[in-house]
Design a protein. Structure first.
Length: 447
């Protein structure tokens, strides 16, 4: 039976039923487009290198290899996630897994509470029955002088005198049997506080809550109950052998080095990495606008120059993420590492050529879209493109090439200065996009 996205679909996951078009050779580019050295020979992090296959290892093997989308912030990965999940009907591992796990924890808590309430009620009923039987055999009456007289109950227990004595005895039991009181209080609290069992009580899932792998539909897509965007989620994935399971198809993660741990030996699976790269200045402007929206009350009026000089600004995030250098000034070695990782490990796509980039990803992984999936993908791409108007840098051929519709030249210059390493690396990305198009995908010329 043909699925709405990819044909054919089998079981929970499509990965084991797909085959790739045979791509038999790829050699990383030896130089940039201007003839200069693209990068010096670099030794990559051994854990990362051993976890992600080089592009020169062809063809793609859907049995032992897992597509991994590097979720670069504000660079289109969210749209790719919607397309892969909603249009192609693939099972995803992303940050959405945290919400699914939280929902499962809330359900688990409700079940535990129901069991506890049942057990408490049963215990309370047993103690009340014991007290009632004891009361029927022994009655207490307080005399004015303070003496306590015990009567053996040989009379009708429902007589006025005995009823009064039973009431008095019940008061005595309340003081003596504190355990019953506590059980009753707890039971009453649980019955009257159902409305409090909301998100505030389950803001975080205990680390020891570790259910088996499962998939749930959330929003527009199906996700596995693992958060592949955090170290804790990756740890959970390792524990449950997520990489070798047949329960999911694609991983989305913002940390390419952390997610590599899923494929570390002795795991018999490898990652295949793809990424959409956005113009560094466009991404920085998008980050600035997003920051003001998220922090509207406190920083809604912050200017771009103030943002660039603030602690919230992240410079050269592309180079830093690829090199792993987040704490010190970038050096040439960091740029070399970034280029080496990109050209050896990644199918690179461009944010402003999203449709073409997606088609390359899909061709590499052997995902054959039907007409419905193609239309769905085109719609999502157009929706993402429509968001670019306030962040778009005018490109080649435009009258205002290199300018920005909402920024002054000085603002743009300050932003460029703080991202000059990424701007240089982005030129290599564009070169690599054209190179891979020719070598891997048969694109005769770069449009």
């Amino acid at each position: 039976q043909e699925s709405a996205g990819i044909a054919p679909q089998g079981g929970l996951s499509l990965r084991t039923t797909l085959t790739s078009e045979p791509m038999t050779s790829y050699t990383p580019p030896p130089s940039d487009d201007d003839g200069s050295s693209a990068s010096l020979p670099m030794l990559l992090d051994p854990k990362f290198h051993g976890s992600f296959l080089d592009l020169s290892v062809l063809p793609y093997n859907p049995i032992r290899e897992v597509p991994v989308v590097w979720d670069m912030p504000l660079s289109g990965a969210e749209a790719v996630q919607t397309i892969f999940g909603n249009c192609l009907k693939l099972v995803l591992c992303s940050r959405e897994g945290a919400l699914i796990l939280q929902s499962q924890f809330e359900q688990y808590q409700k079940e535990v509470q129901a069991e506890e309430k049942h057990a408490l009620r049963k215990k309370l009923e047993e103690r009340m029955l014991e007290d009632h039987q004891r009361l029927r055999m022994q009655l207490v009456v307080d005399r004015p002088g303070g003496d306590v007289v015990y009567y053996q109950n040989h009379h009708d227990p429902t007589s006025p005198r005995n009823l009064l004595q039973i009431v008095e005895k019940s008061k005595y039991n309340e003081e003596e049997n504190g355990e019953i009181l506590e059980v009753t209080k707890m039971n009453s609290f649980m019955e009257n506080s159902e409305i409090s069992h909301g998100s505030t009580l389950f803001a975080s899932v205990p680390i020891d809550f570790d259910p088996p792998l499962d998939v749930k539909f959330s929003h527009t897509s199906t996700h596995v109950n693992v958060d592949c965007s955090t170290p804790r989620g990756i740890n959970r994935g390792i524990t449950h052998n997520l990489a070798t399971s047949v329960i999911m198809d694609v991983i989305f993660s913002p940390n390419i080095y952390d997610v590599a741990r899923l494929f570390a030996p002795p795991t018999e699976a490898y990652g295949r990495a793809v990424v959409l790269v956005r113009h560094p200045l466009e991404r920085a402007v998008a980050a600035y606008e997003n920051f003001k929206v998220v922090n509207k009350e406190k920083y809604g009026g912050m200017t771009l120059p103030d943002y660039v000089e603030s602690e919230f600004f992240e410079d050269n995030i592309l180079t830093r993420s690829l090199s792993g250098n987040f704490g010190t000034p970038l050096a040439k070695e960091d740029v070399y590492t970034a280029k080496e990782v990109l050209k050896r490990k990644f199918i690179v796509g461009l944010y402003d050529r999203m449709q073409e980039s997606l088609e390359r990803f899909e061709k590499f992984f052997g995902w054959n879209l039907n007409i419905e999936a193609q239309k769905c993908q085109e719609t999502e791409v157009q929706r993402e493109i429509s968001k670019q108007s306030s962040t778009k840098i005018y490109s080649n051929g435009d009258e205002n090439e290199g300018a920005h519709p909402n920024l002054t030249s000085s603002e743009l210059a300050s932003l460029a200065e703080r991202n000059r390493v990424d701007l240089s690396l982005f030129e290599f990305v564009k070169f690599l996009f054209a190179y891979q198009g020719r070598v891997l995908f048969g694109v005769l010329e770069d449009n």
